[in-house]
Design a protein around this ligand. Structure first.
Ligand SMILES: [Zn+2]
Length: 390
């Protein structure tokens, strides 16, 4: 049953090829996670040359074939503009992720106090200071003074307004839906105070959001585990959790959520059953793992093309793999366990599909049992670590 999932723990399985849902179903069965089987961003739709309707149809077909009769969701991911919305509403999506990242002012972290004063005059500063600061200029919630309020306002004020207009447009078109606000792809991390500010302003503007994806500290790169200081992340997440529990109205959402095995226990520790985790490209990497074992020639063509296109294709992603550090090996499946090869293959999926999409899909259909098995194993590993203790 395609439906909004609200505050239940949920897991997003992006499927760029339209063939992975049976494996996703096998992994999520018998867990408490509510799955999102159709999930594609506007950028992914462009790179895979699929429409929101096609993504939905592929997921539905698999759901019906597997007789999955529990709730599931469909996520219109990283919507940036008002015009992005209608095709997803028409195709019946239930979960809308709005990414107002273009409206975030990333320079605020280094702006001088003089510049801050100028910039903040574009906002309703008087109202905000009455709302957020006591008479001594200190924040009512936490220890945050006029300057940090200015920074939060300038950094996120326009993004919040944009997210609110996206919500209003959707609300004119649909009565019930999950609504997520994501600022995970911005340059600088969202501090816990900024997180509070975003959640509070959205609430004040009447935006009923069910999840929020802050940009966390450290690096959450595509297809690999967390890079950074895990203890520092632990401390930071504890503060973010204080914010989410203050509101109690939304889930924490983790984007680029695949393969972050070191982080999942922390999510469980602080949020228990109130999280949403998004994955996408990792299912494509599992598809390539099948080729590496069963269709080595095709795999090598995709790998070589990936190496050629990596420099260009990586520009819109957070990755740090280096071509010079690719392993020199004839053991093709082992490349799918290598940090650098995984990222190279991950971000060049669009180029690979343009050239080898037809062959790739035919190969996966031929080896579908191996593909579904690989997906099941890979995602069971994720879901087990994300499971709340009984
Ligand atoms: Zn994201």
């Amino acid at each position: 049953m395609l439906t909004p999932l609200s505050l239940t723990s949920s897991f997003g399985f992006g499927d760029r090829l339209g063939l992975a849902t049976p494996g996703h179903i096998a992994a999520v069965r018998r867990t408490n996670f509510m799955p999102v089987f159709a999930q594609q961003s506007v950028r992914e739709n462009a790179r895979t040359d699929r429409t929101p309707q096609q993504v939905m149809d592929d997921a539905k077909r698999a759901v019906e074939a597997a007789k999955w009769d529990s709730p599931w969701g469909a996520d219109a991911d990283h919507l940036k503009a008002l015009d992005d919305i209608p095709p997803f509403v028409e195709a019946g999506y239930t979960f809308f992720t709005v990414d107002p990242g273009e409206y975030v002012d990333n320079s605020v972290d280094t702006d001088s106090f003089e510049i801050l004063k100028q910039k903040v005059s574009a906002f309703n500063w008087e109202e905000l200071s009455v709302l957020y600061l006591n008479q001594n200029g200190e924040q009512v919630w936490g220890d945050f003074a006029a300057e940090s309020l200015m920074r939060a306002t300038i950094k996120y004020g326009r993004a919040i307004q944009h997210a609110a207009s996206m919500f209003k447009r959707l609300f004119q078109m649909k009565a019930e839906f999950d609504f997520e606000v994501s600022v995970d792809e911005t340059d600088s991390p969202t501090t816990p105070l900024e997180h509070f500010y975003i959640a509070n302003e959205l609430t004040r503007l009447g935006v009923r959001f069910t999840s929020l994806a802050p940009r966390l500290i450290g690096r959450f790169e595509k297809g690999v585990d967390f890079i950074g200081d895990l203890n520092a992340l632990d401390n930071e997440l504890e503060k973010h959790a204080a914010v989410t529990s203050h509101f109690g109205t939304y889930k924490l959402s983790l984007h680029s959520g695949s393969d972050k095995f070191n982080v999942y226990p922390l999510l469980v520790k602080y949020w228990g059953g109130r999280i949403h985790v998004k994955t996408a490209g990792t299912s494509y990497l599992e598809a390539l793992r099948v080729l590496a074992s069963y269709e080595p020639d095709l795999f090598m063509k995709i790998y070589s093309l990936g190496c050629e296109h990596y420099k260009t294709d990586k520009k819109t992603y957070h990755v740090s793999a280096e071509l010079n550090d690719l392993p020199n090996t004839n053991d093709l499946p082992s490349l799918l366990n290598d940090f650098h090869a995984r990222q190279v293959l991950h971000v060049t999926f669009g180029s690979a599909l343009v050239q080898f999409g037809v062959e790739l899909k035919a190969a996966l259909i031929k080896h579908e049992a191996a593909y579904y098995d690989g997906l099941k194993t890979h995602f069971e590993k994720h879901l087990l670590l994300l499971k709340e203790p009984e």
